[in-house]
Ligand binder design. Sequence first.
Ligand code: PEP
Ligand code: MG
Length: 323
Amino acid sequence: HGHAARARQHGGIVLSPSKAQIAAFRQSSSSFRARRDRAGTFLARPAVTKAGTAVRMQVNIADPSEVDGIDIATCDGVGLMRTEFLFGKTLPDEGTQYRAYRKVLEWAGEKPVTIRTVDAGGDKPVPGFTVEESNPFLGLRGIRLSLARPEVFRVQIRALLRAAVHGNLKVMFPMIAIVEEYRQAAAMFAEEQTALAARGIANKMPPLGIMVEVPSVAIVPEAFTEAAFFSIGSNDLTQYVMAAARDDAAVAHLNSVRHPAVLRLIAAVTAFGQREKIPVSLCGDAGGDPASIPSLLKAGLRDLSVAPAQLAMAKAAIADVSV
Ligand code: PEP
Ligand code: MG
């Protein structure tokens, strides 16, 4: 049973399971189904704790076709649209990107859609774009790569500026470590906007925010008050704080968002945002994890973005929290 429980929690595989292990998996799968069915009743309602505290619940998506299966009334918008899927085999042109972003913005209507500029590298290699390196998690990934390849980045920037007129767009940059990266990226947005306007092409400047997923930002958030908002990427923040790769089962026991070192940083960033009136949300997988939700709310977060499949269970878990 111990092995079965560990495999379930950490996504392991049990080869030729014993009868007892099979029984344990059946048991946990049926109790999961029961919890999921109960959670279904929470989906249509706004998320609120036992104490009556409201929690904003947005969804994480990638491919725009995902929104076809989501009722916009069940969430407060898109807290993270990953754009790596667009960068599959070839680099996407401006029109392809514009159509993908516009589809999601029109689906969301008035509600915000936070699109993240391409976060290639690390666990997300893109042939023809990312580089070979010995330690990709600490290498040329996210905003670092975008700034190193401005001719690729500017295509995405133009597509975003043009799509922005079709809804309530926000844009954020992944893997920000120092404020100069934010400034360079923001300057490129301003330049491309000027160029589009000069050509008479409809466009709009969205609020520009940052992912908080590199410890340097979480430790010294006051260096980033220029950003319009913060979105905590707990997947990467946890792996960098704990020095335990997010995709390595051998160190999964160390990779916990509930370690006090990670929670202290999340609480500090959240408190800083409140003081400085900078909105703070969290879009890592922890936001949709019923076991982590109580700790995140205790850390002060009131704004989570979760995988659509986890939305109902997350709302159900929030209803059990007494903050
Ligand atoms: C994160 O790091 O928590 C995050 C949301 O981004 P990604 O999982 O795409 O790296
Ligand atoms: Mg990340």
